[in-house]
Design a protein. Structure first.
Length: 395
């Protein structure tokens, strides 16, 4: 299946990337001038040393936000993110860095990977991640940033190679939380998924004692989402407080309330850590093992990381397995039906296909049914579909 996708490749319009390059240069130049104005002088924005001097000596920003090293003040992302609310220049620097990264790695970088056939042929690696997720290399198409609009726009360059075709994107909805519901057997989480509830709204109601879904604010839902996904990754109160910009005390209360409201999840986490200590490994739903050698380490930090790995691996690993099974079933179904549709990309929980317009209705039904029936869990699997003339439109 992966070989077929690698050989097929995906068409990428160089002109679209070149136009974006020019637009980003204008944005970067504007940001540069705004940063110089706020700093009161010109300096090399890309030099951490010079930036540190500007922020912490000239502008006298609070030193408790940074660490002093041999080479100067730390201007790492986490330092700048904490400073951003109190210093407008820092918000501009963060934006500059993000766009500069998108520009060099993707807008310019991807142009080097377009072959004579007008396509990019990425390679998929099955054993790079320990969870079993597929990785994409030469180039990595799984890391195209989607949080910033400039990152999302890169997908406009990805198009079908045939005039009368579209790109269809089918994406598993909240697959890791659905796997967590199944593995943990938590009745409240299972019930929410079975009734098609918005899981983050449902969690907000349970954790923040809100009676009606309509009373959940966007901020409540955002906080609940951070807790839902944070728990899957074994987040600490310190990590959650950083993510949400709240006190550690509040974050601790959120996590404790979450476990009170979803007791099956707490039981699962304790059980899987116990089993990992006994066996030295954890397994996905399909019995694929991951060794956890440090689970009995005497070092608190090392052991803590191993415990979080033990909790997360069966969830992430099972989600990866389910997607691979769906891809195999889909490939077989496309062959059986003698369709001209091709699978082109796999990115995280998403499959991207090139579909002739005449096949679209049948393929949408086939893809959705195949992905949602890949495995029977205690909760339904759900796949969301979108199509468009570019990958950007299909998301």
């Amino acid at each position: 299946v992966l070989a077929k996708m690698e050989i097929a490749g995906i068409k990428v319009e160089r002109q679209t990337l070149e136009d974006m390059q020019v637009e980003n240069e204008v944005v970067l130049e504007r940001l540069t001038q705004e940063i110089y104005e706020l700093a009161g002088e010109e300096f090399n924005i890309n030099s951490p040393k010079q930036l540190g001097v500007i922020l912490f000596e000239k502008l006298e920003l609070p030193l408790e936000y940074t660490k002093k090293t041999k080479t100067g003040y730390s201007t790492a992302v986490d330092v700048l993110e904490r400073l951003a609310p109190i210093a407008p220049i820092v918000s501009k620097i963060l934006e500059y860095r993000q766009i500069a990264k998108i520009q060099s790695t993707y807008v310019i970088g991807l142009q080097d990977w377009i072959l004579e056939d007008g396509k990019i042929h990425t390679r998929y690696v099955q054993d790079l991640t320990q969870t079993g997720r597929l990785s994409s290399v030469d180039p990595n198409l799984q890391n195209i940033p989607v949080r910033l609009e400039q990152g999302r726009l890169i997908r406009k360059a990805f198009v079908p190679e045939e005039e009368n075709s579209v790109l269809l994107s089918s994406d598993y909805s909240q697959i890791e939380l659905r796997v967590l519901a199944h593995i943990s057997g938590d009745e409240h989480l299972i019930d929410a998924f079975k009734h098609g509830a918005d899981i983050h709204t449902s969690t907000a109601m349970r954790v923040f004692n809100i009676e009606k879904p309509e009373d959940v604010t966007p901020n409540d839902r955002r906080n609940a989402k951070a807790v839902n996904f944070g728990v899957v990754y074994g987040i600490s109160d310190f990590g959650l407080s950083n993510n949400l910009g709240i006190s550690r005390k509040e974050a601790k209360a959120y996590i404790e309330t979450y476990f009170e409201r979803y007791p099956g999840i707490k039981d699962y986490m304790e059980r899987v850590v116990r089993e990992a200590r006994d066996k030295g490994y954890v397994e996905t739903l399909f019995k694929r093992r991951r060794e956890i050698p440090d689970i009995n380490s005497r070092n608190f930090n090392v052991r803590g990381f191993a415990e979080r790995t033990a909790i997360n691996s069966p969830i992430q690993g099972s989600a990866a397995d389910i997607l691979k099974i769906a891809m195999i079933h889909l490939d077989q179904a496309l062959e059986r039906g003698a369709y001209k549709t091709k699978m082109l990309l796999q990115v995280h929980d998403e499959i991207v296909l090139q579909v002739p317009s005449g096949e679209l209705a049948a393929i949408k039904e086939l893809v959705k049914e195949t992905m949602e029936s890949a495995i029977e869990l205690a909760v339904p699997l759900e796949a969301d579909e979108n199509e468009g003339k570019t990958w950007y439109e299909a998301k």
